[in-house]
Structure formats: C-alpha cells, structure tokens
Design a binder for this molecule. Structure first.
Ligand code: URA
Ligand code: SF4
Length: 191
C-alpha cells in the first residue's frame, strides 16, 4: 500500500479480492469524511445500508454516530469514518480473523495518510483487530496507543441502540477525546 494516496487506495479496494467477502458485496465501502480529519472513527464493517450506498455508517447506527460527533462539537470536516473490513460480512456477522487480516493494510494506510490527532475505536471488533486486544468493557474509557496516536476505545453505536443506558459511558469517553482536542465539554450546548 506504500505510495498509494487515498484515491488510489479507494480504487484498489473497489476491485479487491483478497478475502472471500468480495463475493457477496454490492460494492466496497471505503470511508466518509475528510482526509484532513483530526479524529478517525473505526467501526467493524459495512452493514446492509452501507453495502447499498457505498458509504460507512449511513444506517441507524450511523445516524447515532453522527449525533455523537455533533455533540462533540465536530463536523464532517473534522472526522474520517471507516471500518476494519471494507466489504459487508454476509448477514452482518463479525469479520473473521483472516478477513480482518487481509483488509488491515488498507486501514493502516488510511490512518497513515490522514494522520489524525486521535482514533476512536467503536466496539470490540476494531479493538481486537487493530490493537490485538480483547475486552471492550474493560478497555473502554482508557487511552491506548496506535503507532504514537492516542486511541480511545468505546462501545459501538449499534450496541447503544440496544442498550441505551450505556450512552452515559460513551459520552464520558467522547468527552475525554474532546479534552484531548482542546475542547471544553462544558461549553458545548445543544446535546
Ligand atoms: N456498523 C459498522 O461497524 N460500520 C458501518 O459502516 C456501519 C455499521
Ligand atoms: Fe478486500 Fe477487504 Fe473486501 Fe476482503 S473485505 S475483499 S480484503 S477490501
């Protein structure tokens, strides 16, 4: 992937057949947001809506993610949103080890090119496959490191749709991210 810019990388992904997930995709799902982002959000992989539209986090969980981003006083010009795997796992199952490993070089290059100030991992899948760590319940809210970039693991928005009581925890995690970005959570209104 070295030497590829984001546009060439996206083109490479659109024709990728490095794992069997290509067989059932409608299209690959590369990213949305901006290459100048301060914050990279990493999810699991495309769901039904994402596979249809070719964009990450555009279904119900994505709408919640966008509300969380707005609550952080961030906009689409501040964030870059992508996933561990770029093609939809059939039936929305979690990506398998081999699929995640095949796809990881794309994500690594995306992060390298964007060069964010902070990475937010959404749930156990990116925690496991980007950092090799298990246990989102124990890890969330605690800073980790990816190649010198601070990483905040938190719960996945789809989990919050099922268990809304956990939104409080996630908001605490995202407030830590805001502080790292020099934003004062107390002065942001309209949450
Ligand atoms: N869930 C994810 O993890 N990623 C998406 O792009 C959509 C839903
Ligand atoms: Fe390639 Fe990743 Fe799609 Fe697998 S999921 S085919 S590695 S782009």
């Amino acid at each position: 992937m070295e030497g590829l810019d984001l546009a060439s990388l996206e083109q490479r992904v659109s024709g990728c057949r490095k794992c069997s997930l290509w067989e059932k995709r409608t299209q690959s799902v590369f990213a949305r947001g901006t290459a100048a982002a301060q914050v990279v959000f990493v999810g699991e992989g495309p769901g039904f809506e994402e596979d249809q539209q070719g964009l990450p986090f555009v279904g119900e969980a994505g709408q919640l993610l966008d509300r969380m981003i707005a609550a952080m006083d961030l906009g689409s010009e501040d964030v870059y949103i992508c996933n561990i795997v770029k093609c939809r796992p059939p039936g929305n199952r979690n990506p398998e080890e081999a699929e995640a490993a095949a796809c990881l070089p794309y994500l690594e290059r995306q992060i390298e090119l964007v060069g964010p100030k902070v990475i937010v991992l959404l749930g156990a899948v990116p925690l496991r496959f980007l950092l090799g760590k298990s246990g989102i319940t124990r890890s969330r809210g605690n800073w980790l490191d990816y190649k010198g970039i601070p990483v905040m693991p938190t719960y996945h928005p789809a989990y919050l749709l099922r268990v809304p009581q956990k939104k409080r925890d996630v908001w605490g995690d995202l407030q830590q991210v805001m502080r790292l970005l020099g934003k004062d959570p107390a002065h942001v209104v309209g949450r």
